[in-house]
Design a protein around this ligand. Structure first.
Ligand SMILES: *Cc1c(COP(=O)(O)O)cnc(C)c1O
Length: 396
């Protein structure tokens, strides 16, 4: 058997393969240059065009481009009316931003546990965590696999709650034959370089509600409006009003131009991500030390990340050794995610370990493998070879 690189053997790959990265081509660059030469580099026509393009793609009425995905979550919480004294339920198996946005509004994040099979927030545990203070639910389409939004909407309706989907992983994912984005009150997106399309930094909120749409636009620009229909009075053509405490969360037209061009490639990107995920699934499905991602039958994941679960009871070592061995093979592995409330900041707020046992159990066992459209089949095969090599070495 091949010696592991970590034990002095030869690595499967000569060069390091990251877990995710953008794909920007000359066409994208041309679009950005055109905008740089134009009259508007911010708050111009490219923003509207980008918003309309993403709204049309996801089948949603309104879209508001925002400076990044975290700001999009903050804006959505503001539009939902999340305030001090409120509680908002979310999953711990996510990036900290999904919960931080609740704290930004002075409200309290309440963590509901995940389903051990889908790794998404468990609707049954959402119900258990609802109190008279609950205002909203922020489910995350973890890895790009849609949450069971019909179930969550049912609960929200029963208790009068607002649903904000964190769709940072889920642009292009499908639920019961529809693109995600229009099934709840709002859905947020991120255009960070590791996500499905990129604008460098960037985000968006999708909604079918005119009321949320107006609030989101206000929040993006200091809470200030010039819209005659919204003004409380009108002192003249110069007049504008600050009606809420908003932020400067605007995206530039330079970024929107890149986003528009990237949207033209989204279907190709998705196709490649799905093909590569299938290659991983085929390679790993019969290896008893590994658990491949489960898919709900009526969903089509957008495969933002590929998360393998280790059956630790069948291995001689822990996740850390497997992770470090893969790194030594030059495979850019990662862990998504450390349960949000494990972070020292949340611990200081009083959250205790043991809160969400399924998420904590999963966290000990997961490794994210590289997955991005610019990879080649050869890259995928390198990852497969490295995983097989490491698992073979460490299996009991
Ligand atoms: C990336 C991400 C965000 C934050 O997006 P930014 O654009 O980086 O601010 C929020 N939630 C999840 C689940 C993410 O993966």
């Amino acid at each position: 058997m091949d010696r592991l690189a970590i034990k002095g053997g030869k690595p499967v790959r000569k060069t390091y393969l990251p877990y995710g990265r953008q794909w920007i081509d000359d066409e994208d660059i041309e679009e950005v240059i055109e905008t740089l030469k134009s009259d508007y580099i911010t708050t111009g026509p490219k923003i509207k065009e980008f918003e309309e393009k993403v709204a049309a793609y996801t089948g949603t009425k309104y879209a508001v481009a925002i400076s990044n995905g975290t700001a999009a979550l903050h804006a959505a919480c503001f539009a939902a009316g999340v305030r001090p004294g409120d509680e908002v339920i979310t999953t711990p198996m996510t990036f900290a931003a999904s919960a931080n946005c609740i704290l930004y509004c002075g409200a309290k994040p309440v963590f509901a546990d995940i389903d051990p099979q889908t790794y998404n927030i468990n609707p049954e545990d959402i119900k258990r965590k609802i109190t008279s203070k609950t205002k909203a639910i922020i489910p995350v389409h973890y890895t790009g696999q849609p949450v069971d939004i019909d179930e969550i909407n049912k609960i929200a309706k029963q208790y009068g709650l607002i649903v904000i989907e964190d769709g940072a992983h889920a642009l292009g994912a499908e639920y019961k034959g529809e693109k995600v984005g229009s099934q709840s009150d709002m859905m947020t997106l991120s255009f960070h370089p590791v996500k499905h399309i990129t604008t460098g930094e960037g985000g968006m909120v999708l909604t079918n509600s005119k009321d949320f749409y107006e609030k989101l636009k206000l929040f993006r620009t200091h809470g200030i409006t010039r819209d005659e229909n919204l003004l409380t009075k009108n002192e003249g053509p110069w007049y504008y009003e600050q009606q809420y405490l908003g932020y400067n969360y605007r995206m530039t037209d330079i970024q929107a131009a890149l986003g528009i061009s990237q949207m033209n490639k989204l279907n190709k990107f998705l196709e490649l991500r799905r093909k590569y995920a299938q290659m991983y699934n085929d390679a790993f499905k019969d290896i008893e030390e590994l658990i491949i991602p489960y898919q709900l039958p009526y969903t089509n994941s957008s495969w933002h990340i590929y998360v393998l679960q280790l059956r630790l009871e069948k291995l001689k070592v822990g996740r850390r050794e497997v992770y470090e061995a893969l790194l030594k093979e030059n495979i850019g592995v990662n862990v998504h995610y450390i349960p949000v409330y494990y972070h020292p900041y949340y611990q200081r707020l009083g959250y205790k370990k043991g809160l969400c046992p399924n998420a904590e159990h999963l966290y000990e066992r997961i490794i994210t493998l590289p997955l991005f459209p610019k990879m080649t089949e050869e890259d995928i095969n390198d990852v497969i070879e490295a995983v097989k090599k490491v698992i073979n070495y460490y299996k009991k």
